[in-house]
Structure formats: structure tokens, C-alpha cells
Design a protein around this ligand. Structure first.
Ligand SMILES: C[S@@+](CC[C@H](N)C(=O)[O-])C[C@H]1O[C@@H](n2cnc3c(N)ncnc32)[C@H](O)[C@@H]1O
Length: 246
């Protein structure tokens, strides 16, 4: 069931701003991720008042999102499987947990908001991770899952656009050209997760209602594209699934 409560509205200038910031991702990751975090906190707060809420960020990485969510009043806990990623921006912050998104070390219904950005495509069983996120969220709490879609322009990450010829081939081509493997290795740390996969998973949820299904970086008016098979796969860089636990 799709519930309608204050869906997020995004205009073209916001998309252009994010794409401009994305241009700095390699040279100045802090700049790009801080801009993305501020945008994410605003989007999340449009669905759920974060004030006083316990929030789990699955695959939080170096912690660029912490300040943005804390500024909205949330108590922020990050979980990540990789200590190196957690320490990427310096020291590992307080309230950080090492663990797997596919087996969250948290009790059922123990957090108010469970959030994940750009992680699902990096785990071998993405929908197990999504189920785990729903499980640890309390009734009435919010689940926010955003992932890079495989057939989108950035689906292959640094191997794009060769991923359109196949993930393994793109990985081999990258290694041959650069003399080393890509950071995101298809079949090991990068998996093909489509728009159809996410929409299908959301619509079969029994214990959570769908609040919003939205391409993350696109303007709101382009949301109709999600209804067009094939086209939606190539124009959606990143899909956001927002659900409220019953
Ligand atoms: C592309 S980064 C995303 C970081 C941050 N969430 C963001 O949006 O910028 C993917 C993160 O997922 C983490 N990750 C990969 N597999 C994971 C797993 N099984 N459980 C939890 N985190 C995982 C990685 O260590 C990495 O920090």
C-alpha cells in the first residue's frame, strides 16, 4: 500500500546543484558528501521528524552524514562492514558499529529510523539487507533505502559505461587499462541491482507501507519515468525506497 504523507519535492536546480557537486567527488570527497548529506537529511526530515529519534545508518562509511542528521536532532549510529571505510575521513566517530547490513546486530524494532545510502549494490544479498533494515525499525518508524541502479549511467561505478557490456567484462577492461582492479569489483563488492528489483521488493512488503518511491537525484516531475519499464532503468541513477513500518 502506498501511503501519502508529505512526499519529497525536488526541483531541477537541486538536481543541477548535486550533479555539479558530484564533479568534486574524486578531488574533494568531503565537499561532495557533505552536500549530499545535507540534501539527504532534508529529504529524510520531510518524511519523519528526526528530533530525538534513534537513527541507524547502514553502510555509513566515513561518517560524512553524521553532522547533517544530528543537526536535525537525530541520535546517529553508523554501522559499516569495513573499518578502513569508517576511518576514511580520519578517526572513527562515537556510536559506530562494525557489522554486516545483511545481519544487523540490533534487536527487532530497536531503532526509529533505518537509513542506507549507496550500499545495497555493494552487498551480495541486497534484499536480505533491506529485510534486516525493516526488521530493526520500530512500528511507526521509517526505512529509507537508496541505491545506485545497475543500468543507470553510473551503475558500473568507476567501470562505467563499460558495465553496459557486462559487469565482469567491465571489471577486466578496467584492470587492463589501469593496471589494477577497480575499487568496486563486480561479483565481489558490486552487484547488479535494478530499478525493477527495488520496486518489486517494496511492493511485496507485508510489514511496512510504501511512503515514496523516487529517483534520488532527478527532479520530482520526472517520477513518472519509474512507470516505464526499460526507460526507467537507464534514466534512474539512484532509486530511493521509503517505507513506514506498520
Ligand atoms: C559507496 S559507500 C557509501 C557510503 C555512504 N553511505 C554514502 O552514501 O556516501 C558503501 C559503503 O557500504 C559499506 N558496506 C559494504 N558492504 C557492507 C555490508 N555487508 N554491511 C555494511 N556495510 C557494507 C562499505 O564499507 C562502504 O562504506
Amino acid at each position: 500500500m502506498l501511503t501519502r504523507n508529505r512526499p519529497w519535492r525536488a526541483d531541477l536546480s537541486r538536481s543541477l546543484h548535486l550533479f555539479r557537486e558530484f564533479g568534486h567527488e574524486q578531488s574533494d570527497p568531503a565537499r561532495f558528501y557533505t552536500a549530499l548529506a545535507l540534501d539527504s537529511a532534508q529529504q529524510l526530515a520531510s518524511y519523519h521528524d528526526l528530533s530525538g529519534q534513534l537513527m541507524l545508518d547502514v553502510g555509513g562509511g566515513p561518517g560524512y552524514f553524521r553532522d547533517a542528521f544530528e543537526s536535525k536532532g537525530a541520535t546517529y549510529v553508523a554501522l559499516d562492514a569495513d573499518v578502513g571505510e569508517l576511518a576514511g575521513a580520519g578517526s572513527i566517530d562515537r556510536r559506530t558499529v562494525i557489522g554486516s547490513g545483511m545481519q544487523l546486530p540490533f534487536g527487532t524494532g530497536s531503532v526509529d529510523v533505518c537509513y542506507s545510502s549507496n550500499v545495497l549494490e555493494h552487498v551480495p544479498d541486497p534484499w536480505l539487507m533491506a529485510e534486516e533494515m525493516v526488521r530493526v525499525t520500530r512500528p511507526g518508524g521509517l526505512v529509507f533505502i537508496s541505491y545506485t541502479t545497475w543500468f543507470g549511467p553510473w551503475g558500473g561505478h568507476e567501470t562505467s559505461p563499460r558495465h553496459y557490456l557486462g559487469g565482469r567484462r567491465a571489471r577486466r577492461a578496467y584492470a587492463a587499462r589501469h593496471g589494477h582492479e577497480p575499487k568496486n569489483k563486480f561479483g565481489e563488492s558490486l552487484f547488479a541491482v535494478t530499478v525493477a528489483d527495488g520496486l518489486g521488493w517494496a511492493r511485496t512488503q507485508q510489514v511496512a507501507d510504501v511512503v515514496h518511491l523516487v529517483p534520488r537525484y532527478n527532479p520530482s516531475w520526472s517520477r513518472w519515468l519509474l512507470r516505464v519499464p526499460v526507460l526507467r532503468e537507464v534514466v534512474t541513477w539512484n532509486l530511493v525506497l521509503v517505507l513506514r513500518k506498520r
